[in-house]
Design a protein around this ligand. Structure first.
Ligand code: PCA
Length: 204
């Protein structure tokens, strides 16, 4: 049995709940395909989210890492293609607001995901769930942790598959927030389970 580190994020900005937190918590300990899931929740903090993720990787020694983030306003489940070496954007939960900064001053400009994102999108759509590859994870915390995981894998563990999946808002969040498209929690969770299944089948 292999181990998957699955991360979600805490709420941030105007989003009073983060559906990725609930999904990660509910899938903790589950077995999907040949992966046992170990879930952790990350802070929305430019100064500590990356190191938090790397600490979990070193402690858990997973075979693969999937991080989840909310993309409030997106309509589909969107596995991300690339992480870039940039920190820039809205204020985080600790009040930091970097502008045009590098995540790692000596790091590569970017990293492509090592997850089977095309197969994930195909299988999501076959399962009746709208999905598309996204070509930008932005420059906020989601890009930040995706970059850190891929940088770590590149340096230390090239066989560890890593990447990031953005999901739309849940109905619960949309009711509180107002103007964003939303999915049922069950469909969001099913979508992530489908992606994990694909990860396993990709390796067999
Ligand atoms: N989404 C944000 C950060 C936390 C989250 O769930 C992002 O897309 O960067």
């Amino acid at each position: 049995m292999k181990t998957l580190l699955l991360t979600g994020f805490e709420p941030f900005l105007k989003f009073t709940v983060n559906p990725t937190m609930k999904i990660a918590r509910e899938l903790h300990g589950e077995i999907i395909g040949n992966y046992k899931i170990h879930s952790e929740i990350l802070r929305v903090d430019f100064a500590s989210s990356g190191s938090q993720l790397l600490t979990h990787i070193e402690r858990i020694q997973p075979d693969a890492v999937i991080s989840l983030g909310l993309a409030g306003g997106r309509y589909k489940i969107t596995p991300e293609r690339i992480a870039i070496n940039v920190k820039d954007g809205d204020v985080d939960n600790e009040g930091n607001k970097p502008t045009d900064e590098a995540i790692r001053v000596d790091g590569d400009d970017g990293y492509f995901t090592s997850l089977p994102i095309r197969e994930m999108v195909n299988r999501l759509q076959e399962s009746g769930l709208p999905a598309a590859i996204s070509n930008t994870a932005g420059t906020y915390l989601c890009n930040n942790v995706m970059y850190e995981a891929l940088h770590y894998a590149d340096m230390n563990q090239p066989n560890m598959k890593c990447g990031f999946i953005h999901i739309p808002a849940s109905h619960e969040l949309a009711i509180q927030h107002g103007g964003i498209p939303s999915w049922s929690h069950d469909d969001l969770k099913k979508g992530i389970s489908v992606c994990i299944e694909v990860l396993g089948s990709d390796e067999s």
